[in-house]
Design a binder for this molecule. Structure first.
Ligand SMILES: Cc1ncc(COP(=O)(O)O)c(C=O)c1O
Length: 355
């Protein structure tokens, strides 16, 4: 405990925990929805004595082209996570406002809200899927921000852009609809980026951490109409993007690099089919949620099955969902990484037969 008393929201905060923050050791890493494809970058840097461009022009231009929006509609951030934080800090009043989320979903919406003393209006993925936009808007009530993760982490569930448009329409003047498209490259037709021109209360979050294979770079983008980004530009740190990061991001967004990224997405989507066929055939897997991201979610028969994988160095992400602690999210790695999953499943199945 610090000697200074903390604000109660910080005192009670549960920090976001990951395998990396918990210093778990492993040999095969399929826990953080990273890409298995690492690329070499070489840089010539002679101007690090100068502060960087706050929003590097060349990167903004390339990302705007890639996403099909105007340059004025792109804000580059330190990962999509910083986009989430900036939206909460800019648009919510601490101890007064709330954000709406649809659980189970990405954990950082809640962590960020808790950090800033913003309440959570917890709705469910089932409500998001089953209710119409007007009904959802009624449940959103007074919440200022509505986070829709599409495809959703960790379930992989998706929402049609037409429904996003209806929701933005129903909440016009009341709330921002934030579509977190961290995994959109794995199901590119589902993007809502083309709706930005029609709705001033629509925001799309993107990242280079997943399909672009640059989780270590910490680069994301917040896309919205210029008038919606304007207050965020006042809140963001003066130099959020280092010169080093900007150069690498620029190179990662060249047309050749985008073609390579799309090829890798195709390969990963193919490998996912293979993994799903193994999982479906295993008697130890009770349920498989295939979804549209670079990951799948499974309910295992027994939590011991999950512990066995970890003991063997195969690191996947366990979850407690729907009141059950037997869920496991498996990121789509390369062929040899997925073979480790197959080995684990085979061992479990053999043990099951012996018993
Ligand atoms: C849905 C979702 N949004 C945002 C992020 C964070 O992305 P970034 O690495 O760009 O901060 C993640 C990372 O796992 C995610 O799953």
């Amino acid at each position: 405990m610090s000697s200074l008393p903390l604000p109660s929201n910080i005192e009670q905060l549960k920090a976001y925990s990951s395998a990396k923050s918990e210093k778990i050791t492993g040999t095969t890493w399929l826990n953080a929805n990273e890409s298995p494809y690492a690329r070499d970058f070489s840089l010539s840097l002679t101007d690090l004595n100068r502060y960087p461009d706050p929003q590097p022009e060349a990167v903004i231009e390339r990302y705007a082209n890639y996403a099909g929006v105007e340059k004025s509609e792109v804000l580059m951030t330190r990962g999509a996570d910083e986009g989430i934080e900036l939206l909460v800090r800019t648009y919510c009043q601490p101890a007064k406002d709330s954000i709406a989320i649809f659980t189970p979903t990405y954990g950082m919406y809640k962590v960020t809200a808790d950090t800033h003393n913003i309440a959570i209006n917890e709705l469910t993925q089932d409500q998001l899927q089953q209710l119409n936009a007007k009904e959802i808007a009624a449940l959103v009530g007074e919440s200022k921000l509505v986070f829709v993760c599409n495809p959703n982490n960790p379930t992989g569930a998706t929402i049609a852009p037409a429904k996003i448009a209806e929701l933005a329409d129903a909440l016009q003047g009341k709330a921002l609809v934030i579509v977190d498209e961290a995994y959109i490259e794995f199901s590119a037709a589902l993007t809502s980026s083309q709706l930005i021109k029609d709705f001033s209360n629509l925001v799309v979050l993107r990242t280079l951490s997943k399909a672009f294979a640059l989780a270590g770079l910490r680069t994301g983008f917040t896309l919205a109409q210029a008038q919606t980004l304007a207050p965020i530009r006042k809140v963001i740190a003066p130099y959020p993007v280092s010169t080093v990061v900007a150069r690498i991001a620029q190179s990662a967004l060249s047309s050749d690099a985008i073609t390579q990224m799309r090829r890798q997405v195709q390969i990963l989507n193919g490998l996912k089919q293979t993994l799903c066929s193994w999982l479906s055939a295993s008697s130890r897997v009770l349920e498989l949620k295939k979804g549209e991201g670079n990951f799948v979610l499974v309910a295992m028969q027994n939590t011991i099955d999950i512990a066995k994988a970890k003991q063997s160095g195969l690191i996947m992400r366990p979850f407690t969902l729907y009141g059950q602690d037997n869920w496991l999210r498996i990121s789509i790695g390369n062929e040899s990484e997925l073979k480790q999953v197959k080995l684990w499943l085979d061992t479990l199945n053999t043990e099951g037969k012996i018993q």
